[in-house]
Design a binder for this molecule. Structure first.
Ligand code: PLP
Length: 444
């Protein structure tokens, strides 16, 4: 790996970077200055193969012309319109278009600006729904260990990633429980697709119902495939079991599909891929192909109807963002959905998934690889941690991948997470995996 460290650049001092080792980055910056289709361009002029669709979000590839044109047109026509007590056509049109690809029964969409806001909106909607149907005691949320639901106080409270919570532990939401996570390498290592073992882990929800009373639980929130924690594919039967228990006890089930939405698994949403219907779906990222920030919370019609009936007149739900359904985001969303349909992006991901599975599982046997997990066009490659230095091996792979191999990957703990744009070709899959292999060898 190249080890020349550039001199300190004061021009980098002012930015406090998110989820980044700031000092280390500023000592050795990694700058992206351009992007097209499957590639980024780095500031030293290299072409970088995008193995992560940015941050699991650029599903149709970078800088796609129809999306650029739609944003440009919107910016010069209606730069902003208030979404409170006023409307503009594109946000209504996008909600309608989303309905066209959401599972049947998801009749309303509430817009926000990020996955974190989509999650907070979903949690608030759950409380508003139970209140409106005369069950005000239902305030408890159940998340899952290793879950990631963004960084709002709601999201970190129901989330289960310790590092994201520990600094704020004194002020998290009260009345939150966590199901056990489903990562069980002893039984499931190197599973292709859904692991065979672990459906019974959903039964922990029964125990929580017994402990607290069903009438205190508002909602369960899970990622159908846990992404940020290192790609945990749900065991066969697990999501069905959660659905059944929620139904038995009047508990809402929220799927956080911020990563799994928009074709990542080869269906529009994970709900359709797994054939399990939640009550709410949170969305972001691929909704606009990440070209303009946007989040959304899709709900079943009965939830909207109930909340609407809760108030005779006036504002039914005291929640919203200045930029909910922003004209540029709505335009980008409409163009993105059209592009997904025109290019058959979701079907393409489905047809490429077996090629992807074979390629990522070829890393079994590479040095220090202790597990490979995959579904759709996502993979987690788990490395054996270095003794006393967790996460450093994977981070070295990340650095080598970027500087030596010219590929962008993502790491979380000692797991490499891959989630390329859904337009990746077979040749590019081979290139990505062989470069990841080289980076793993080099870091070893
Ligand atoms: C499942 C899930 N939920 C929520 C979020 C938060 O999204 P954002 O970073 O847009 O707030 C993410 C981000 O990766 C995510 O993966």
């Amino acid at each position: 790996m190249t080890t020349i460290t550039p001199p300190h650049d004061p021009a980098l001092d002012a930015l406090w970077m998110p989820f980044t080792a700031n000092k280390a980055f500023k000592a050795r910056p990694r700058m992206l200055v351009g992007a097209k289709n499957m590639h980024y361009v780095s500031d030293d002029g290299r072409s970088i193969l995008d193995g992560t669709a940015g941050l699991w979000c650029v599903n149709a590839g970078h800088c796609r012309a129809p999306i650029i044109e739609a944003i440009t047109k919107a910016a010069s026509t209606l730069d902003f319109a208030p979404g409170f007590q006023m409307g503009h056509p594109a946000s209504f049109a996008l909600a309608q278009a989303l309905k066209g690809i959401l599972p049947a029964g998801f009749d309303q969409v509430f817009f926000s600006n990020s996955g974190s806001e989509a999650v907070d909106s979903a949690l608030k909607i759950a409380l508003a729904y139970h209140l409106a149907r005369g069950q005000p005691k239902r305030v408890r949320f159940i998340g899952r260990e290793r879950g990631y639901h963004g960084v709002g106080f709601g999201g970190i409270s129901v989330g289960g990633i310790a590092t994201n919570k520990s600094t704020f532990a004194a002020q998290l939401l009260p009345h939150v429980g966590h199901l056990p996570h489903t990562h069980d390498p002893a039984r499931n290592a190197f599973s292709k697709g859904m692991p065979a073992y672990g459906a019974e882990l959903a039964d922990a929800l029964e125990a929580m119902v017994a402990a607290h009373g069903a009438d205190t639980i508002a909602a369960v929130i899970v990622e159908p495939v846990a992404g940020s924690t290192g790609v945990l594919v749900p065991p066969v039967g697990y999501l069905e079991r959660l659905r059944t228990i929620c139904d038995q006890h009047g508990i809402l089930l929220i799927f956080d599909e911020v990563i799994t939405g928009f074709g990542r698994l080869g269906a529009p949403f994970a709900a359709q891929y797994f054939g399990v219907m939640p009550d709410m779906i949170t969305l972001a990222k691929g909704i606009t192909n990440a070209a303009v920030p946007m989040g959304a919370t899709a709900v079943r019609g009965a939830i909207y109807d109930t909340v609407m009936q809760g108030t005779e007149k006036g504002v039914e739900f005291f929640h919203g963002y200045t930029y909910s359904g922003h004209p540029l985001a709505a335009a980008a969303g409409l163009a993105t959905l059209k592009l997904y349909a025109d290019d058959g992006i979701f079907a393409r991901a489905a047809s490429m998934a077996p090629v992807w599975a074979a390629a990522v599982h070829s890393l079994r046997g590479a040095r220090h690889v202790v597990d490979v997990r995959n579904v759709g066009l996502v993979a987690g490659i788990e490395l054996e941690p270095r003794a006393g230095a967790p996460a450093t091996r994977a981070f070295d792979v990340f650095m080598s991948a970027f500087f030596d191999e010219g590929v962008l990957i993502r790491t979380t703990g000692d797991t490499i997470a891959l989630s390329p744009p859904l337009i990746i070709s077979e040749v590019q899959i081979d290139e990505l995996i062989s470069k990841v292999r080289s980076a793993i060898e080099r870091a070893a």
